[in-house]
Write a protein that binds this ligand. Structure first.
Ligand code: DLL
Length: 430
């Protein structure tokens, strides 16, 4: 199913000429931003020097820190009276990153969301419960207006009060839900606790944080949905940048709106298809806040193969952020790898917390995971067996020795939005 079949399946040649036209326009827009005027001048590049798409690699990168330095409105390329909405992303430290939208930006964004939702088969007959934060986070209003554009019946339930969320799903006959995968897991748990079957559900749209293939299976089994991965970031409007099609093998990124590169995060060198690295995006249709070669920090790769659905090249599921990657005794570990291992072990639950410490100058990783009572005899011996099993499977997968602590079911924190599963305490002991 297509929202805009012509654009979604543009032949490569037409797509490239559209991209080049839009890139040139973007370059003329960024002339209104002092940061870019200076940056391009220092690099000795005049916008008219960009004649082909290959010239993109000559342009300088934009980093999240640059946007922070421009706080609040330093990256707006239009007068403030043309900006009709502002969102922010909460940084872990300091000021948030501010993003702005013109009326046209909001229309384009809703249109992209409509493409994604239509791609997975949702129509004006669906009832959609949007269980994410409706404030400064882009996930709430972003999905809301896309779903309304399609004509879906939208329930802006936002976050919190999980029992009430479950009641609404049941009473209103909700067919599609949107939330973070970690919240979906919590929803499933509470539905089990209150013994409610969410029979009307068919579709789950999950994103805003990394999640794994075993997590998809778990959510599909527990909620009775087909689960789709949804990727985006506030700097590129928000959700809607890339989304899975019914193949559910990689995400279609909308190449008419986003020019995609994958780079080596350390050297900045552009990598080829099939090579894993950091996603760098030049948005092509943003009006209020155009960006050049924005370093997302997200680790993925471009697929080499075409998709049977007829849409353009996909990116792989996001593995994690380059800045979420833990380096433990020289070995790179992403929290999503830990999730992957734990979900394959029935004796433990699917919530976990990772603690990293430095003990006698050595990195030590401790993983707390809940025991699953259905697979636990209650004997002390059995506890030791499970602990050994988890540690072994983690060692095989990560090539790393870890300490595993088994904790009571329900004792680890649950999350309404993005999960925070890693506490790195190495800085405290240095
Ligand atoms: O998380 C936008 C969004 C809302 C996407 C709802 C999907 C659904 P930010 O808060 O700016 O925006 O966070 C963006 O979240 O750079 C990734 O690191 C991470 N992220 C987003 N989607 C995924 C995903 C929204 N599907 C940051 N898989 C991004 C893995 C994701 N990571």
């Amino acid at each position: 199913m297509f929202w805009n079949e012509k654009v979604e399946t543009l032949p490569e040649k037409d797509l490239q000429s559209l991209q080049l036209r839009r890139l040139k326009k973007t370059l003329s827009q960024v002339e209104n931003v002092e940061f870019y005027r200076k940056k391009l001048k220092n690099a000795g590049i005049r916008p008219r020097d960009v004649r082909t798409l290959d010239d993109l690699s000559k342009l300088p990168f934009t980093r999240k820190q640059d946007l922070r330095d421009g706080y609040p409105f330093g990256f707006f390329a239009v007068p403030l009276r043309k900006v009709v909405r502002i969102h922010t992303t909460s940084g872990t430290t300091g000021k948030p990153t501010v993003v702005g939208y013109t009326k046209k930006d909001l229309r384009t964004w809703a249109d992209l969301i409509a493409r994604n939702m239509t791609m997975v088969g949702l129509t004006d007959r669906d009832i959609f419960q949007n269980m994410v934060n409706y404030g400064m986070f882009t996930g709430g209003l972003g999905f809301h207006y896309g779903a309304e554009l399609i004509g879906m019946t939208v329930i802006p339930s936002a976050t919190g009060n999980t029992r009430r969320q479950i009641e609404m799903i049941r009473d209103f006959g909700v067919t599609a839900i949107h939330c973070t995968p970690s919240y979906a897991l919590h929803l499933a748990e509470v539905a089990e606790e209150v013994d409610t079957h969410l029979d009307s559900l068919t579709t789950g749209l999950f994103g805003a944080e990394p999640w794994s293939e075993p997590m998809r299976k778990e959510l599909e089994r527990k909620l009775g949905v087909t689960a789709y991965d949804s990727y985006g970031l506030s700097e590129l409007y928000g959700p809607g940048v890339a989304f899975e099609c019914p193949e559910r093998d990689g995400l279609h990124i909308w190449h008419d709106c986003y020019l995609v590169e994958i780079i080596d995060p350390v050297t900045g060198e552009v990598l080829g298809e099939g090579e894993r690295g950091e996603l760098v995006v030049t948005p092509l249709v943003k009006e209020a806040m155009p960006l050049i070669r924005y370093r997302t920090g997200d680790i993925t790769m471009l697929y080499e193969d075409d998709c049977p659905c007829g849409r353009a090249k996909k990116i792989a599921r996001i593995m994690g952020r380059s800045d979420d990657m833990l380096v433990i005794r020289g070995i790179n570990v992403f929290p999503s790898q830990i999730e992957h291992v734990l979900l394959g072990i029935p004796e433990v639950g699917n919530q976990f917390m990772v603690y990293v410490d430095r003990v006698n100058h050595l990195d030590e990783m401790t993983i707390d995971v809940e025991i699953n009572r259905n697979f636990f005899s209650g004997e002390l011996q059995d506890l030791a067996r499970i602990q050994k099993k988890v540690a072994k499977e983690l060692r095989d997968a990560l090539d790393l020795r870890t300490t595993v602590r088994l904790v009571e079911p329900g004792s680890l924190p649950r999350f309404e939005g993005k999960a925070k599963r890693v506490i790195d305490r190495r800085g405290d002991t240095l």
